[in-house]
Design a protein around this ligand. Structure first.
Ligand SMILES: Nc1ncnc2c1ncn2[C@@H]1O[C@H](COP(=O)(O)OP(=O)(O)OP(=O)(O)O)[C@@H](O)[C@H]1O
Ligand SMILES: [Mg+2]
Length: 552
C-alpha cells in the first residue's frame, strides 16, 4: 500500500481546478445580481437591516455591499472594487460591480470549455487598455483658463465650466432618492466645492443634518456652522450676534469642581474650609478675567463651560459655548485662524481667530451657531433638512457622490455622455477591432464588447423598457456614427445624451472599466482556494466533527 502523504493540517479545505474558477464566477454573479436593480434613474433602492436592527436605505452600490457583509473570499473582491471606486471617484460603484460581474459571466463558457484562464486574462487586459484609449480619444474637453485670455473670455469660460460641473453633478444625483431636486442640489454642491481652496479638501465641507422641513429647506453656509451646545442659565442673556468678533478656542474646563471631586484634605475649622473654596473660585475667576482681557467676544471650548462662567460672560457681553465637538472646533480653527489653547496663560492676539459675522439662528427645531466670512481656509457647511432620518442619511451619501464627482471634474474636465452611450460606443469599437484580429482573442474581445452592453441593457430593464429593441436601435445608431446615443429613460426611446446634457466625467468611466477588468482577471487567475481551519473565521471544512455548534 502506498503511504499517504499528508501535506496540510487536518481539516484544511481545499478546492481547485476549473470547478473552483466556475464557482468563484458564480459567487461574483450573485453579488452583481444584488445591486443590479439599483442602476440608473429608474433603479430601485435597497433597505438593509443590520444586526442591531438599524435600517439603511440606499441606492449606492458601495454602501449596499459594505452593509451586506459578504464572506465569500472571491466575491469580496467585487466589494473591494466598489469601495475603491467610491474612494477614488465617488460615483459609478454600481456600474463597476455590474461590469465585473458581466465580464466574468462572458468568460464562464470559455472557462468551462477549457480555454486557459491566462488567455482570457490577456485578452481582458488588452480590451481594457483599448477602451481607456478610446475614452480619452473621444471625451469632450472644456478649454482651460489661459493667462493670456481677455477678462471677458475668462468670465465666459467660468460660466461654461460651472454649467459643466452642474450637469455632471445632476447626472450623478438623477439616480438617487433626491432626483426630483437634482437641479437644486447640483447648484448647491458646485457652489460648495467652489468655496474650497485649490486642494479641494473633502473634510472642509461639513454636513449637518436636521430632521424636519422639506428637502428644499436645506442650505449652504459659506463658513462654519454647528449645533448649539448644552448651555447653563445665563446663556439667554448673552448676545447672539456679532460683527467682526475675536474668537477664543479653548481646550479648558471653565467650571467649578464640586469639593468632593478634589483631593482629600483634612480641615479643622470652617475658616480653612472657606479658604479652599475661595481658592477654587479665584482660580476660575483668574481664568475668566484673562479671557475677557484678551478681547475675545466668542469663547468656544471643547470642555464644559459651567454656570458661573456662563453668567460671567453674559455680564460682559460675551458669547460662550462649551462641549463643542472636536471636529467642529478644528474646522472653526482652520476657517477663522488662531489656534486651540490648552491653557489661558497666552491668550494673545495671534491665537485668537476672527470672522466677519457670528450669529446664532434657528434651523427647524434646532439652534445653530454660524460663522461666516472666515478669513483663513475656505470652508463651508451644508445643513440638510428632510423628513425621515434614513432619508437624510441617504441624501448625505448622494451629495457625497456628487461632491466627489464635482471635485474630480474640476481637476480633470473631460466628459462623456452617460445613459449607456459611452459603453455602446466602446462596445462597437471593440467589436470592430475584434474583426481585425485572428485566433481565440477575436472571440474573447467580442465577448467583452458584448459585456459592455450590460449598462444600457440594465438601464432599460430597470425602467421596464424592451431592452432588446432599444439595444438594437442603439447598435444601429452607433454603427452609423452617432456616438453619443444612449437610453432615454424619460421617453422609452434612444436619444443623443450629449445634447440631453447627461454628462459624466471621463475619469469615472476609465476608473470603472479598469477596476472591473482588473477584478475579473484576478478572479479568473485564482484556481485554488485553501482554507486553513484555524485561521479562517468561518471555520474549516464541514463534517470534520469539531463540533463548534455552527450550522453546516
Ligand atoms: N437622465 C439619465 N438618463 C439615462 N441614464 C442616466 C441618466 N442619469 C444617469 N444615467 C445613467 O445611470 C447610470 C448610473 O446609475 P447609478 O448612479 O445608479 O449607479 P452608479 O453611478 O454606477 O453607482 P452609484 O451607486 O455609486 O451611484 C450611469 O450609467 C448614468 O449614465
Ligand atoms: Mg451614480
Amino acid at each position: 500500500m502506498q503511504p499517504q502523504i499528508i501535506l496540510l493540517k487536518e481539516g484544511t479545505d481545499s478546492s481547485q481546478g476549473i470547478p473552483q474558477v466556475v464557482s468563484n464566477i458564480s459567487a461574483c454573479q450573485a453579488i452583481a445580481d444584488a445591486v443590479r436593480t439599483t442602476l440608473g434613474p429608474r433603479g430601485m433602492d435597497k433597505l438593509i437591516v443590520d444586526g442591531q436592527g438599524k435600517a439603511v436605505i440606499s441606492n449606492d452600490g458601495a454602501t449596499i455591499l459594505k452593509t451586506l457583509d459578504v464572506v465569500h473570499p472571491a466575491a469580496k473582491t467585487l466589494v473591494d472594487i466598489a469601495k475603491s471606486q467610491d474612494a477614488e471617484v465617488g460615483d459609478g460603484t454600481t456600474s463597476v460591480v455590474l461590469l465585473a460581474g458581466e465580464f466574468l459571466k462572458q468568460a464562464k463558457p470559455y472557462v468551462e470549455e477549457n480555454v486557459h484562464p491566462q488567455v482570457l486574462v490577456r485578452a481582458y487586459r488588452k480590451a481594457a487598455v483599448l477602451c481607456v484609449q478610446k475614452i480619452k480619444e473621444i471625451s469632450v474637453k472644456i478649454k482651460k483658463e489661459d493667462p493670456k485670455m481677455t477678462n471677458d473670455a475668462a468670465a465666459h469660460l467660468k460660466i461654461e465650466q460651472r454649467s459643466l460641473l452642474e450637469k455632471c453633478a445632476a447626472t450623478t444625483l438623477s439616480s438617487k432618492l433626491v432626483a426630483h431636486q437634482k437641479e437644486f442640489f447640483a447648484k448647491m454642491v458646485v457652489e460648495a466645492v467652489s468655496l474650497l481652496d485649490d486642494l479641494l479638501p473633502l473634510n472642509m465641507i461639513g454636513v449637518k443634518k436636521v430632521t424636519g422641513g422639506g428637502l428644499e429647506d436645506s442650505r449652504l453656509i459659506a463658513g462654519v456652522a454647528f449645533k448649539k451646545t448644552f448651555s447653563y442659565a445665563g446663556f439667554e442673556m448673552q448676545p447672539k450676534k456679532y460683527v467682526n468678533p475675536k474668537i477664543a478656542m479653548l481646550n479648558v474646563e471653565l467650571e467649578l469642581k464640586a469639593e468632593k471631586d478634589n483631593a482629600e484634605i483634612r480641615v479643622d475649622n470652617v475658616e480653612e474650609y472657606q479658604s479652599i473654596v475661595d481658592a477654587e473660585w479665584k482660580i476660575l475667576y483668574d481664568k475668566l478675567d484673562k479671557i475677557h482681557e484678551s478681547g475675545a467676544k466668542v469663547v468656544l471650548s471643547k470642555l464644559p463651560i459651567g454656570d458661573v462662567a456662563t453668567q460671567y460672560f453674559a455680564d460682559r457681553d460675551m458669547f460662550c459655548a462649551g462641549r463643542v465637538a472636536d471636529e467642529d472646533l478644528r474646522r472653526t480653527m482652520k476657517a477663522c485662524g488662531g489656534s486651540i489653547q490648552t491653557s489661558i496663560q497666552n491668550l494673545t492676539e495671534d491665537v485668537l481667530g476672527s470672522c466677519q459675522n457670528f450669529e446664532e439662528i434657528q434651523v427647524g427645531g434646532e439652534r445653530y451657531n454660524i460663522f461666516t466670512g472666515c478669513p483663513q481656509a475656505k470652508t463651508c457647511t451644508l445643513i440638510l433638512r428632510g423628513g425621515a432620518e434614513q432619508f437624510i442619511e441617504e441624501t448625505e451619501r448622494s451629495l457625497h457622490d456628487a461632491i466627489m464627482i464635482v471635485r474630480r471634474a474640476m481637476k480633470n474636465d473631460a466628459v462623456v455622455a452617460g445613459g449607456g452611450a459611452i459603453e455602446m460606443e466602446l462596445s462597437k469599437y471593440l467589436r470592430d477591432y475584434s474583426r481585425t484580429i485572428a485566433g481565440k482573442e477575436q472571440l474573447l474581445i467580442a465577448a467583452i464588447a458584448k459585456a459592455l452592453e450590460i449598462i444600457p441593457r440594465q438601464l432599460c430593464e430597470n425602467a421596464g423598457f424592451d431592452a432588446t429593441n432599444i439595444l438594437n436601435n442603439l447598435r444601429q445608431k452607433h454603427w452609423s456614427g452617432c456616438m453619443w446615443y444612449g437610453v432615454d429613460v424619460m421617453t422609452e426611446d434612444i436619444a443623443d445624451n450629449f445634447v440631453g446634457c447627461i454628462w459624466e466625467p471621463a475619469v469615472v468611466k476609465i476608473n470603472a472599466l479598469t477596476a472591473a477588468a482588473e477584478a475579473a482577471c484576478l478572479i479568473l487567475s485564482v484556481d485554488e482556494t485553501i482554507r486553513n481551519p484555524k485561521a479562517g473565521g468561518e471555520g474549516g471544512a464541514p463534517g470534520m466533527g469539531r463540533g463548534r455548534g455552527r450550522p453546516m
